[in-house]
Design a protein. Structure first.
Lengths: 250, 209
């Protein structure tokens, strides 16, 4: 069987019920419970077949509907009975929900600040968030971003080569220190200048992190938009600050 | 002097970045009675109204504020280079539930909506339209939510009492708008709760944070 169903977006079980009541043009105080309950379950089936995830509340409502339906079928419910109409159990929350939906609509039609009307000064629209004050320190993520850019620059020569480890962190640490001995203040990108491929870039980056960790260099950004720079923190007069893994002075 | 007073008040309203209460205005003036201020304010309001200005003097959040008229919204938005402030229908509904049912806990909100409102509540809190008023003495000590002064400012309301009334709905089927318009208005539950009363009610709860 072929049929097209345009499924409207339902927020919750009460929305679905309201939709069905509207669709069937029935009175909220005289809901034909049997038919509405059946349609409700059909929708749940449909939602399942569309692989929409059905929240537990939908099932709770389904069982409430079935329960009401069964109570309606019980004998002894005659006119003038003291017993309350079991349908009120859903009519009441539905009614309240309808009222709230209506005022929500009314509220959104008001002259809204930042949409329809504007006041002087800042911070008048509710779409504004307090500005994030940029931190002057370079974060790890900024470093990673800067590294990504360096990698992207060499993208032309991207290839996968498996080769023996040619570079060690220790070597790179030494070459960075050597660079910093020439100039005590260099740009972040400079330490990658002669790097050949991605693995060398990575090793160089690790060496940089290692040096920061040891407190031998300082990484900073003079202003938020400027390039990241490195400066030496080690004592020029005592060049043997870095001790490699083998304990020998570099 | 009377003219002077009107212009002083106008300058205050012009320079302020939030609605000014009559009290705030009085603090800036020496020996001026509230009735005089109210009168000057009324003159200003009338002037803006009759002089065909692009702005009006509005009463919001129990204060006064100069606001542009809606006709000029597209131009102002172009100038500020931002899109119009908006909330999704789901967020509006949640906000309405909080506005009318406050003080209210999340579980009560979700009873109406039948869906998780965690994300929406966070957005509304971020936009400063709702606030946490305290915690309820229930298992799990759930947070109690209420609306903020900003809410009143944004939705052009003078106080919670000026919220649109909840309408009584007796029947529908033809369309809820039609059906509800024909019925009398009912006092909303929230309007019976004075803002002051809400404050005192939750004052104790706040201290238990």
């Amino acid at each position: 069987m072929d049929y097209n169903v345009k499924l409207e977006m339902f927020e919750g079980p009460l929305d679905l019920l309201l939709h069905l009541i509207h669709k069937n043009e029935v009175d909220i105080f005289d809901i034909p419970i049997s038919s509405i309950a059946d349609q409700y379950l059909d929708y749940l089936e449909l939602m399942k077949s569309l692989e929409m995830s059905i929240a537990g509340d939908f099932l709770v409502m389904a069982s409430t509907l079935i329960h009401i339906k069964s109570r309606m079928l019980l004998p002894g419910r005659n006119e003038g009975d003291e017993e309350e109409d079991p349908r009120l159990e859903i009519a009441r929350p539905l009614l309240e929900y309808m009222q709230l939906k209506e005022v929500a609509q009314e509220l959104s039609e008001r002259k809204i600040l930042g949409r329809d009307v504007f006041a002087r000064g800042v911070g008048t629209s509710f779409d504004e968030y307090p500005d994030m004050v940029p931190k002057p320190d370079v974060t790890l993520f900024q470093l990673i971003d800067a590294f990504r850019r360096v990698v992207a620059l060499g993208e032309g020569q991207r290839s996968l080569k498996v080769s023996l480890e040619k570079w060690s962190v220790k070597d790179k640490v030494e070459s960075i220190i050597a660079l910093l001995r020439e100039k005590s203040d260099i740009f972040f990108e400079e330490i990658f200048a002669k790097n050949q491929d991605i693995s060398e870039l990575v090793v160089t980056f690790l060496a940089l992190l290692e040096l920061v960790h040891m407190g031998l260099i300082k990484v900073f950004q003079p202003s938020h938009q400027s390039r990241i720079r490195l400066s030496a923190c080690f004592d020029e007069s005592n060049p043997s600050v870095y001790r490699g893994e083998d304990g020998k002075t570099a | 002097m009377e003219k002077q007073l009107k212009l002083i008040i106008e300058s205050l309203l012009f320079a302020a970045d939030k609605p000014l209460r009559v009290r705030d205005i009085q603090e800036c003036l020496a020996d001026t009675g509230l009735p005089e201020i109210a009168e000057a304010m009324e003159t200003l309001r009338h002037e803006y109204e009759t002089m065909d200005r692009s702005f009006a003097l509005k009463e919001v959040a129990e204060g006064y504020q100069i606001r542009t008229r809606p006709d000029y919204a597209p131009y102002v938005l172009r100038m500020t280079k931002r899109s119009a402030a908006r909330l999704s229908a789901a967020a509006m509904e949640t906000l309405a539930i909080i506005a009318y049912k406050q003080p209210v806990i999340r579980q009560e909100i979700e009873q109406f909506r039948g869906v998780d409102t965690g994300g929406i509540l966070r957005t509304l809190l971020e936009k400063n339209l709702i606030r946490i008023m305290g915690r309820k003495h229930l298992p799990g000590r759930p947070l109690i939510y209420g609306t903020t002064r900003k809410f009143l400012e944004v939705f052009d309301l003078n106080s919670l009492e000026s919220l649109p009334k909840l309408k009584e709905i007796k029947e529908f089927g033809i369309g809820e708008a039609q059906a509800t318009q024909t019925h009398e208005s009912k006092t909303p539950a929230a309007s019976t709760v004075q803002e002051e009363a809400v404050k005192t009610k939750t004052g104790g709860k706040n201290s238990q944070f």
